[in-house]
Write a protein that binds this ligand. Sequence first.
Ligand code: PMP
Length: 289
Amino acid sequence: ADAATVFAWFDGALVDAGAMQAGLTTHAMHYGSGVFEGMRAYATESGAAVFRLPEHLERMRRGAEMFGLPFDPALCAEATLATLRANRHADAYIRPLAWFGEGGFGLDVEGHVPHMMVATTATSVHLNGSRARLGVGKWRRNPADSLPPLKLCGSYVNSILAKREAKARGFDEALFTDREGFTVECTGANVFMVKDGRLTAVEHRDALPGITRDTLLQLTGAPSRMVPLAELMDADEVFACGTAAEVAPVAQIEEREFGDNPVTRELAELYGRVVRGREPAWRHWLTDL
Ligand code: PMP
């Protein structure tokens, strides 16, 4: 391993990420029987720290439980910190993945080898003001009574289809709505709106319980409720939020264009301070390396 080696944690050890391999009978590759997380580390004044690590790992644990996949959050936390340290990453995106590996071609997960990996990639400082244009997708979000809204690998085929469809029509991202016309979420982010200065979190049983969404709810005390698309279209501001997207202003939904987004900008700045440990009241959300 030379200075240029990118490390990943794989089944108990730090390895050269480029040399990691998975077998062709990997159950998760055939059937999506894996669970992942998307986390962020930020450079703070006292070094790099992971934002809301226990909450992410708890969501991952719940996903693993759905499959009967062994998953130890404490081990995954250790693996995450070790990988960040090995890669000397401060501002980074973190991808833990646990999955069923080699075995037969049957659907039963029993007899398949469970694996876990953690990979990290350095993130550049977010470009403020890249405003997203959303297309209302023809695809519905996986209904919660068919697939629980957790980060199960197979679930994301749904997001891939929706995102492709929206992009083919010239948009950046898809907005899911349900059959009754309620807003659900984007393919990888939750949705908020601002009307007459009041912030509302879009709530939907089919949407992933986002940790960024929860963060903003705790920071602002905003109400959360189901929001018809028609009401969202009538809002003054709309934004999407997620670990990777952070707080992302929406410029357009289909034909509807949104003007300036001062409340969104203010929240994005607050979020930026919180994740970098600059708001002492919320410092407990950061796990130091
Ligand atoms: N919805 C979906 C479908 C997602 O994949 C994500 C990203 N994890 C989110 C919402 C936002 O969740 P979080 O804030 O926990 O990243």
